[in-house]
Design a binder for this molecule. Structure first.
Ligand SMILES: C/C(=C\CNc1ncnc2c1ncn2[C@@H]1O[C@H](COP(=O)(O)O)[C@@H](O)[C@H]1O)CO
Length: 251
């Protein structure tokens, strides 16, 4: 609406001069003619983003203790690392955790499969991709996201820790998002476990041999990553942190 000075106010936004629209918001709302391009505009995008958060929070609020598992979308079922993923899903459920993955194929499917077969909650947070394959068949609670950043919030908000299986760029993105949140203390008591010493050795060497001497991380930051070779060790590390959190929880 226009004020006495002729300024046009649209929520917190003030428009002046040639930016003042020739029609009011109500006029545009009630005018059914014209093209439908507006549904693809940023304000509508914000509504869809909000809806993703609301739906994600609603679906996961009662999940209970959970661990997010990341790993390659490309590892086939016959590969030994797939079996490691199945065992991880199983081990986490036996330790009392729900398992949250990206809901896709490969090692996500493996962890969901282990979780489901062990009788636990098996969550898949799917993402809309051009080459999307849908949720894997071992997900029993699935939420599909259009936006990576909304989905990432769910991985952190509803988990007590992360276990990271071998993976590519997607897995590294999720790993370093978590590391940054812990490093900047946006989340606390949040173990990040890399499962597969051989696979992760090169990355860890580079972190120690290049990042540390360059001063882009501190020595204490190295402690943020736990690298292990067995499911038992991974589960022990995330369970340990769960106990820390329980001890600090108010009565
Ligand atoms: C590549 C293929 C399918 C991709 N489908 C995905 N579905 C769900 N989540 C995915 C998918 N691809 C990547 N992600 C996320 O990134 C991580 C795996 O990425 P990487 O590059 O394979 O390591 C994973 O944790 C997901 O959250 C068809 O083969």
């Amino acid at each position: 609406m226009k004020d006495a000075r002729g300024d046009y106010h649209k929520g917190p936004v003030t428009l002046r001069g040639k930016r003042v629209p020739g029609s009011t918001t109500d006029q545009r709302l009630l005018d059914n003619s014209g093209d439908a391009e507006w549904v693809h505009s940023d304000p509508w995008r914000v509504m869809r983003i909000q809806a993703e958060f609301v739906e994600g929070f609603g679906a996961l609020a009662e999940l209970g203790d959970a661990v997010s598992v990341f790993g390659s979308a490309r590892v086939p079922r016959e590969h030994p690392t797939y079996e490691l993923g199945v065992q991880l899903g199983r081990g986490l459920v036996e330790a009392g955790f729900a398992v949250i993955t990206g809901g896709g194929p490969g090692l996500m499917e493996a962890a969901n499969r282990g979780a489901l077969e062990a009788g636990g909650a098996s969550v898949g947070l799917g993402i809309e991709l051009p080459f999307e394959q849908g949720l894997n068949e071992y997900v029993d609670l699935g939420v599909n996201f259009r936006y990576f950043f909304a989905r990432k919030t769910m991985f952190v908000k509803y988990a007590q820790g992360f276990v990271v299986l071998p993976g590519g760029f997607g897995t590294l993105d999720e790993l370093f998002e978590a590391v940054t949140l812990v490093q900047t203390r946006k989340v606390t008591s949040f173990p990040i476990v890399l499962l597969g010493c051989d696979y992760w050795a090169g990355l860890l060497d580079w972190v120690r041999g290049s990042m540390l001497p360059a001063g882009t991380i501190g020595a204490a930051d190295l402690e943020l990553l736990h690298v292990v070779d067995t499911v038992d060790e991974a589960v022990r590390l995330v369970r340990g942190s769960g106990e820390d959190q329980a001890a600090r929880r108010p009565e």
